[in-house]
Design a protein around this ligand. Structure first.
Ligand SMILES: [Zn+2]
Ligand SMILES: [Zn+2]
Length: 259
């Protein structure tokens, strides 16, 4: 009781600052890490390809998911990776802010209808990065999502068997090669039983950011080899399509010169 009052007083005297815009968060949500304005500013993906959600090209079928393995049936990203969401992901991954993972899971659950029930499987982090960071950022998102969607979590279903190079500067082809064979999966629950219920083998991968889908593709491949089925994936953010990224960089550069 006393500690709650002291905490309220501390928040009143020293309000938290939003990690994105730096402004003090309002008193009605004193513990918010990201203010309501920045949360609303995060831009959602429009409807697109029925499998991967990417906006469709002007002509022809979707090329974004064309090379993914058949085991990866659907992928849903909630927001584009730009200003607000980029800061959130950066803090979750590099600024020792694991509690942001719960906020990101809440934003996913607030904006996406729960998928057909399955096991939530966070993409594992390599041993080296896990040691540096102290936590796996996708597991933090997955744990909260498991509460919100009331679905079981299978944190140990996937293991990253080798540390991969950071994907940021790699071409799509190099990303595929970089993550190929990076994961091994445990057998799906139910495989040992005589009566197989396909529902118990359904998997929903959880990741923070999707860029080309190479990581999800490699993880789905490993899960399918271990007997999992109907593999889907949900990610908090998705990298902007190349053309939009270039346009955004030009826009930012122009702003720098005109200011
Ligand atoms: Zn803000
Ligand atoms: Zn697609």
């Amino acid at each position: 009781m006393i500690s709650t009052s002291l905490r309220s007083l501390e928040r009143f005297l020293l309000p938290n600052a939003c990690i994105v815009c730096g402004k003090a968060v309002p008193q009605w949500e004193p513990d918010a890490l990201v203010c309501a304005i920045c949360r609303v500013r995060a831009r959602q993906l429009p409807t697109g390809c029925r499998r991967c959600g990417q906006p469709m090209p002007p002509v022809g079928p979707c090329r974004f998911c064309a090379d993914w393995c058949d085991a990866l049936v659907w992928v849903h990203s909630i927001f584009w990776l730009e200003t607000e969401t980029r800061v959130m992901v950066h803090h979750l991954k590099y600024e020792q802010c694991p509690s942001l993972g719960a906020l990101m899971a809440d934003l996913i659950a607030d904006h996406a209808r729960p998928p057909a029930p399955g096991w939530l499987i966070p993409i594992p982090t390599g041993a080296k990065r896990l040691k540096q960071r102290g936590y796996n950022q996708t597991a933090v998102i997955g744990r909260r999502l498991s509460q919100r969607w009331k679905m079981p979590l299978a944190e140990a279903a996937l293991t990253r068997v080798r540390d991969t190079r950071t994907q940021t500067a790699l071409t799509p082809e190099a990303r595929l090669a970089n993550v190929a064979g990076a994961f091994v999966a445990r057998p799906a629950p139910g495989l040992a039983k005589s009566t197989l219920d396909s529902n118990v083998r359904m998997a929903i991968l959880v990741d923070d950011v999707l860029t080309t889908g190479a990581t999800l593709d490699a993880a789905a491949h490993a899960l399918a080899s271990a007997g999992w089925s109907s593999i889907g994936a949900v990610t908090f953010a998705r990298a902007l399509p190349y053309a939009s990224r270039i346009a955004a960089q030009v826009h930012r550069a122009k702003r720098l010169f005109t200011n």
